[in-house]
Design a protein around this ligand. Structure first.
Ligand code: 5GP
Ligand code: MN
Length: 339
């Protein structure tokens, strides 16, 4: 996104527009925080803006300002399609390929609206007219802040916008500890607090709302933890039965994979979660140092993401997915042991 792009986007936004904002499927804190932060800025500027998420998101995000205005494509298809088909501008946030929106891919691809991408994932597709893509960024929320800086509207960040952007930076940086967290990230966080974000309350709202069942599920996951010291790898499995027994809700397994990564000397961590409804095993991968789980997932599990955090899937059973995972590790033995 160069200076000319910014001038063109500024010109576009000088008159009220019909705008749709889209996060990726199974939106996380960064996807919901960034879309809501941008939404509120656009609404304050008198645009007609709506967030359309491909599907639902975890309850720990269901307190954010304007969160209840988000449409869900899978259950509100008709309203969503009308808005997409009549939109002047579509912002796509926190993803880099239209297939990351699941069943919204075709309608987004066919839309004539001007597309603006803001995203920090690796190897972006070029579907958008304006691309603000930076893989060094901690989060899309940090990028929305930089986007506001480019538009010279930082002074218009109010308490609600600051709260939403804070949430996404916090969740995507593991509370400001991942490698992508820079001094600039902290300066932005400081500014967001100055602008009204209540950091203590936000941490409480997101992290201290465990249900009893979620803690039991964590216990079950930790009980299933397996370690492969020769590959400096640890992984967790959760079967559909285990999830059902503990009344699993979306978001309950968020962060579980980090316990595997926290085991001393571990370089690669994975969690395999059985989803019988979709007929897939959902995989989350995390790593330390230069071992790229983005490359690993692209090569073996139809996924991708960042160097140290990626997702993927498998269409086979839980047992055979784990078997495949273990069978691949010898290829990476040297890389894993050199970290
Ligand atoms: P998670 O494991 O938390 O679902 O995802 C970790 C990171 O990888 C997130 O930034 C997420 O957006 C990204 N990611 C998850 N699944 C996929 C996938 O299937 N493809 C790609 N390209 N990125 C993914
Ligand atoms: Mn993100």
């Amino acid at each position: 996104m160069n200076a000319k792009d910014i001038l063109e986007i500024k010109a576009l936004l000088t008159t009220p527009k019909k705008i749709v904002i889209v996060p990726h499927k199974n939106p996380d804190g960064d996807a919901i925080g960034s879309t809501l932060g941008l939404l509120q800025y656009l609404l304050n500027e008198n645009h007609k803006a709506t967030i359309i998420a491909p599907n639902d998101y975890p309850d720990f995000l269901k307190w954010l300002p304007k969160e209840n205005s988000i449409l869900k494509y899978d259950t509100q298809k008709e309203d969503s399609e009308t808005l997409i088909n009549t939109a002047d501008i579509i912002f796509t946030l926190d993803f880099n390929a239209l297939h990351r929106t699941g069943s919204m891919e075709t309608i987004l691809d066919n839309s004539n609206a001007i597309k603006i991408m803001i995203d920090h994932h690796q190897q972006p597709d070029d579907y958008a007219k304006y691309m603000f893509s930076d893989v060094t960024m901690s989060s899309t929320c940090e990028m929305v802040y930089h986007f506001f800086a480019k538009l010279e509207v930082l002074k218009d960040i109010d308490k609600d916008i600051a709260t939403c952007l804070y949430v996404g930076i916090m969740t995507d940086t593991g509370s400001f500890r991942f490698r992508s967290t820079t001094s600039t990230t902290h300066r932005i966080i400081a500014d967001l607090i100055d602008k009204g974000a209540d950091n203590t309350q936000i941490h409480n709202n997101v992290y201290d709302t465990n249900s009893y069942n979620r803690l039991q599920l964590l216990g079950c996951a930790l009980g299933n933890l397996k370690v492969l010291p020769e590959y400096r790898t640890a992984y967790i499995t959760l079967s559909q039965d285990e999830l059902q027994k503990l009344d699993y809700k979306k978001g309950d397994t968020e962060g579980f994979v980090n316990y595997a990564l926290s085991l001393n000397k571990t370089v690669l961590a994975a969690i395999f979660i059985e989803d019988k409804n979709q007929g897939i095993i959902k995989i989350s991968l995390r790593s330390k140092g230069s071992f790229s789980v983005n490359e690993f997932s692209r090569a073996h599990f139809e996924g991708g993401g960042h160097t140290n955090a990626a997702g993927g899937k498998s269409d086979t059973s839980l047992a055979s997915t784990v078997e495949k995972f273990i069978s691949i590790l010898p290829i990476y033995s040297k890389a894993l042991n050199n970290e």
